[in-house]
Design a protein around this ligand. Structure first.
Ligand code: GZL
Length: 334
């Protein structure tokens, strides 16, 4: 039975806590209450990075009760099976919309078919779902992560040229994000294309950093024990760049603008931009997490009976140390 906003009765706190499990927000007060609010079930990847925290904060800040929403937030803790369970719960609760930030691109047809059969629109945010049937979701909003990788490679080509190193054998250590996630696929494809186009570039190693500082640190520290030549470390997000830098510090290897190893990162979080401004990261490619307002625009269109764009890409840029000041970083929203 679809309860939705017309007759949404909030489950008692115990029941809500039981069905949602691991939910990031305290359950509603101990009572049933009717609500005219739009009820949104949000399945979030986890809290693996600064970017993800900012993404969640954007959703919380946008979908407030004062603005007429009830946001049911589920933190999947980077486990796809938790997302599927949370979505099934949202169906049982008869939410008005499901917002999905998929951990990986594969494995969505079955559960999204159940959602479609329940008549609940799905808005996919950030990463993509890989499906032949695009009717399984109403709209997607996020970044062009292949462009992000391509942009990083283009910058590296120019930078090496400026350094007079365009003929030098360049060894690249690649710290990948979560395998099968859109940003991993896109940023990796950009690098792979760059290595194909530059015959003096080679991949000295490829490790899985899972977009976290801890895993990247562990993997890079292990790799550095090999003593292999490393001229560039291509980190698929800021937190994995922090892990790589931590490993380089421990190994006594210099990096950044005045160091032996070039550090490339993605996300451009405040912490990542600060490291870039200080010259510890040579290039930081923006990946904007502030999707709350973008999702709200889609929901407003749907509420008004309009058809939103199927795929909306966020405009992004990139940063180098000379392009940053403390004032600029301070005014950034994430
Ligand atoms: C990017 C997003 C990635 C970020 C990471 O679209 O999915 O996941 O780059 C985050 O920081 O963990």
């Amino acid at each position: 039975m679809k309860l939705g906003k017309t007759k949404w009765c909030l489950l008692s706190a115990a029941a809500a806590a039981a069905v949602l499990g691991g939910c990031g927000r305290p359950a509603e007060p101990e009572s049933e209450q009717a609500s005219e609010n739009i009820v949104i079930g949000f399945s979030q990847v986890g809290a693996e990075s600064d970017w993800r925290v900012a993404n969640s904060e954007s959703m919380y800040a946008t979908f407030t009760e004062e603005k007429g929403y009830d946001l049911l937030f589920d933190n999947a803790q980077q486990k796809p099976e938790n997302q599927i369970a949370a979505i099934r719960t949202f169906i049982l609760q008869g939410v008005d919309y499901i917002v999905l930030a998929p951990i990986i691109e594969s494995g969505w047809d079955e559960i999204l078919t159940e959602v479609k059969d329940a008549g609940i629109p799905v808005i996919v945010v950030d990463r993509m779902v890989n499906t032949e049937d695009e009717s399984l979701y109403t709209a997607w909003v996020g970044s062009d992560t292949y462009w992000e990788g391509e942009t990083a490679v283009g910058w590296l080509e120019d930078y090496l040229q400026e350094q007079g190193r365009q003929e030098e054998e360049i060894s690249i250590l690649h710290v990948q994000g979560t395998t099968g996630a859109t940003p991993q696929l896109g940023r990796t494809a950009g690098l792979d294309e760059g290595i194909l186009q530059n015959e003096n570039w080679s991949l000295t190693g490829r490790v899985e950093g899972e977009f976290t500082q801890a895993k990247a640190y562990e993997e890079v520290a292990e790799f550095l024990k090999s003593g292999s030549k490393v001229d560039v470390i291509y980190c698929e997000n800021d937190n994995s760049a922090f892990g790589a830098m931590q490993a380089l510090d421990e190994a006594g290897i210099s990096y950044g603008e005045d160091g032996d190893v070039i550090i490339i990162s993605f996300d451009a979080t405040r912490a990542g931009l600060t490291a870039c401004m200080e010259g510890r990261i040579n290039l930081n490619v923006e990946c904007n997490p502030l999707h709350g307002p973008r999702v709200e625009k889609i929901i407003s269109q749907l509420e008004a009976g309009e058809s939103p764009e199927k795929h909306s890409y966020v405009e992004e840029t990139y940063f180098t140390p000379d392009s940053l000041t403390p004032e600029f970083i301070e005014q950034r929203q994430y």
